[in-house]
Design a protein around this ligand. Structure first.
Ligand SMILES: [Zn+2]
Length: 304
């Protein structure tokens, strides 16, 4: 009898352990934060994992607060994948609490060596978190995420491996294509003025000088002084176009535009760029690859 009870207890423990890695429908339950991360994990995980993205199109991760529903999604997940470097500034405490409880959380920024990151005193983590704008980084992050998924769900390791490799190929093709598009823009016109400092990795990787009206995070507003300085810069460099961002209110860039125009230089709003969130689901810009191409085409066409 005693032996029987022990066996039942062991089976129950084994059952629980199994359950902690898999959902009741047998799928690994992954919760992601930004749309860029959700898209990448979907590319690697395919339909063998269940992915829930917390943030939708047009959502600013710097300001995003978790709802009660989000908190329960996070705590019920088998695996949580987020950006890190305080990109999701208001979720940091939740992630810390989850880690202290032994929940599996992964910051994709950990795939990049700190020496490759842009240091910034303006941001809480001391590093610029907009790492998805370097496609080389995104490839490293894809490899890292593939390994994590294989660890968490070894049964589907082959699928993750195959999907991950296919996604890297897509990213390689994207990089070749955007470099060709950028080549058509004269080097002295490669100056990008946007609403907030999201594009510094993009600038470093693809040869643009980048000026953001707000700091690294949208949590800090641009002051009158910032607008004045940047408008003088635009006039001095004879810049044709500046850009709004889909996840940041237009008003700061519109204020900059009127400041420039009032000084007698015409600057247009060259379009709306996707910075911290992808476009609508089901559209080309709703994917990382489509978003990147859209941004580069918009920038190059407006600055030509
Ligand atoms: Zn940002």
């Amino acid at each position: 009898m005693k032996k029987y009870i022990l066996l039942v207890a062991l089976l129950t423990i084994a059952g629980c352990k199994n359950k902690s890695n898999k959902d009741t429908n047998g799928k690994l339950k992954v919760v992601t934060t930004t749309t860029m991360i959700t898209d990448m994990v979907q590319n690697i995980g395919g339909d063998v994992v269940e992915i829930q993205g917390l943030m939708g199109s047009g959502v600013d991760p710097h300001l995003y607060k978790a709802s009660e529903g989000d908190v329960s999604k996070l705590f019920n997940a088998d695996l949580v994948i987020y950006g890190g470097l305080h990109l999701e500034g208001k979720l940091v405490e939740i992630f810390e609490k989850m880690e202290s409880q032994g929940k599996k959380t992964v910051a994709v920024a950990d795939a990049i060596d700190k020496s490759e990151l842009i240091s910034s005193e303006f941001f809480a983590s001391n590093y610029d978190p907009h790492i998805w704008f370097n496609i080389g980084f995104w490839k490293k992050i894809t490899l890292h995420t593939t390994e994590i998924l294989k660890e968490q769900d070894p049964e589907h390791a082959n699928i993750f491996e195959k999907n991950g490799a296919a996604y890297i190929q897509k990213l390689d093709a994207l990089e070749t294509e955007i470099r060709q598009i950028i080549e058509t823009l004269p080097a002295d016109k490669r100056i990008l003025v946007t609403a907030h400092d999201a594009f510094n990795y993009f600038g470093n990787a693809y040869g643009f000088e980048v000026m953001g009206l707000q700091g690294i995070s949208t949590a800090t507003e641009a002051g009158v002084q910032d607008v004045q300085e940047l408008s003088n810069f635009i006039i001095e460099k004879k810049i044709k176009a500046i850009f709004v961002e889909s996840s940041v209110p237009r008003r700061t860039i519109e204020a900059l535009q009127s400041s420039v125009n009032s000084k007698g230089h015409d600057v247009i709003i060259g379009g709306s760029l996707y910075s911290d969130a992808l476009g609508n689901k089901g559209t080309a810009e709703g994917t990382y690859v489509g978003m990147f191409l859209y941004n580069v085409n918009t920038i190059v066409n407006a600055l030509k």
